[in-house]
Design a protein around this ligand. Structure first.
Ligand SMILES: [Zn+2]
Length: 242
């Protein structure tokens, strides 16, 4: 399936999603994202906490249901043990395996948080599942790239200071620090981003026949890239200059 810029302008910033393309296999009862990458946040980092801090709790909707097995869909509606000791997902009145549903008010993306607290436990583990955007909103300009090795994620920050998961295409995940496919995906995205001064945020890939800049790719594959850092557009341009 090919994508163009027109396909990727899917978000209406005043209302949330104008469209969301689902991949459905009715025969085996599977529905999920066709294009957006699924992102799982298991390890907390300052960036993950910044993003979690703006999430707004909401009723489960059909997009939340795409993150769980079909049989688990009813659990999206069950309250946390903190809200109801008798909840079907409470364990012995103190443990909990609930799921809570949120949306990101900046980009409209659905989020499911999975709670784990052992019986009598004092610590809570939360795992967040969401979709990466396919591109930022019309008019958004990326001012910096965040390589977040604590959470294992890649983020961007706009000139307005808004943090977003780096736009990512389903099946084309990013990585740094070695000579595999993930670093090539990231280098291609950065190549296009740098060339447009942060304005071309969509995940289309490079124009047909254009190779990724070898200096960007060499850096993304190097140990220098393999640590937590927030790089401005000027710093990214300096990497490209070598
Ligand atoms: Zn809970």
């Amino acid at each position: 399936m090919s994508l163009t810029s027109a396909n990727l302008n899917l978000t209406d910033p005043t209302r949330g999603y104008a469209h969301f393309v689902l991949y459905v296999e009715a025969r085996i009862g599977v529905a999920g994202a066709a294009w957006n990458a699924t992102v799982i946040i298991e390890r907390q980092s300052p960036y993950a906490r910044e993003w979690q801090g703006r999430l707004i709790r909401c009723e489960p909707n059909p997009l939340h249901a795409t993150f769980v097995d079909n049989r688990e869909i009813p659990e999206l509606f069950h309250p946390c043990v903190d809200e109801d000791e008798e909840s079907p997902v409470a364990i012995s009145g103190s443990g909990c395996v609930c799921r809570q549903t949120f949306y990101d008010p900046e980009f409209g993306l659905p989020v499911v948080a999975k709670h784990y607290r052992p019986v009598g436990g004092r610590t809570d583990l939360w795992t967040y599942t969401t979709y990466a955007p396919l591109g930022l909103r019309p008019g958004d300009v990326i001012a910096s790239l965040v390589i977040d090795r604590i959470s294992g994620l890649f983020w961007s920050r706009t000139t307005e200071g808004t943090l977003s998961l780096l736009p990512e295409r389903n099946g084309h995940g990013y990585q740094v620090g070695y000579a595999g496919a993930g670093p090539v995906e990231l280098a291609e995205y950065l190549h296009k981003l740098i060339a447009s001064d942060g304005r071309d945020t969509a995940i289309e890939g490079l124009p047909h026949g254009q190779d990724v800049d070898p200096r960007i790719l060499a850096w993304v594959r190097s140990p220098d890239a393999n640590r937590t850092q927030e790089l401005t557009m000027e710093q990214l341009k300096a990497i490209q200059r070598g």
